[in-house]
Design a protein around this ligand. Sequence first.
Ligand code: LLP
Length: 423
Amino acid sequence: MDYIESEYFSYKDNQLYCESIPVKTLAREFGTPLYVYSKKFFRDKFTEFTNAFSTVNHTIFFAAKSNFNLNVIKLFYDLGSGIDVNSMGELYRALKIGADPKRILLTGVGKTKEEIKRGLELDILLIKAESIEEVYLIDKIAGEIGKKAHVAIRVNPDVDPQTHPYISTGLAENKFGIPASQAIDIFAECSKLTNIEVTGIDMHIGSQITMIDPFVEAVVKMTELTKKIIAKGVKIKHFDVGGGFGIRYKDEKPFTADELASALIPIFMQLDCEIFFEPGRFITANGGILLTEVLYTKSNNEKNFVVVDGAMTDLLRPSIYGAYHHIQPAVKSDMNDITADIVGPVCESGDFLGKERLITDTKSGDLMAVLSCGAYGMVMSSNYNSRRRAPEIIVDIENYFTTRSRETYEHLLYDEKIVDGLH
Ligand code: LLP
């Protein structure tokens, strides 16, 4: 079988380490399933991205939806990142870490009145509107509470990001943004509204995009459009490229931040705008693993199964996108390789972490590491089957910190109760 290693997760004496900590130590102390993150990875990736664009005036807004752990958000914030939030809950988290509202963007195709109002009350940097109806609503609410709303409009550039259809967002068929064909009129209309100042133009074409071409195509289209909007007298101060920068899960060969920068910077040079980026996965995914313990192994005439204690409730991506996450033993052994499905305990056939995997034969009690779980892992977990969500540990060289403990059964009940009078 193949073992994937990195500077952040590597084997020493056959043991998998996160930075300087054997992951087995963490599994023993905190139990499994368990999320483990490398602080150094987050720092290095953020720095790599921002350094690549050092010659242009830019700001990174970490897409908190990819990993909304307070400490992860804070780590990026302390490195100079702003925060891209997609809901009141993410906004709450951003405020919890003490973020200055002037470093927060509010995103989302379906923001509620409450979310818009809260954003305006806080004077966040900007709200990204996705329809003319939303722009009118922002204008109305801003008028009611006596605020001037700073708004960017998300335009759908209609390019094919060549990624999984569920995570494509920049095609005409997708629900996001306004069509490029209506953009000039909509920007002109918005700039007439009294309670709004249109400050920027925004795009986000999808996620896990590993080729540069869709970005170049979209940025070229949006740049041409921006020039036309500016020619109509609208001041565009910033151009938001969104996120979507792909990573390696298996054998993808994604572009590097430097390659992206070389392709995009000459286009940005045509505009006098600050450039915004909203990376999520690129700066988080390969900084996290999910540790899970083998409960049982079995085989029928057709297949081998490794039943582990991690499930679709901990990591949903394989079940809903058929996503590949590399799975490898946390302790290397000299057992023979077998082909097996790695499945969880939830009562769904769709509950698997990996299918048809070539993996060293394993036994009950062995520890497995599921890789690339720093993005869209914990944040998409659920309590289905009344399972408790996993703890999250961040390793910082030879220290480690519990940023969130395993939920208790009481947490699962929250304020649910047997109601008097109903029975
Ligand atoms: N900005 C906007 C407006 C977004 O909608 C997203 C992600 C991002 C930035 C960050 O994208 P990233 O750099 O992480 O690709 N659950 C899916 C991914 C959904 C992405 C949603 N939007 C998955 O597990 O692959």
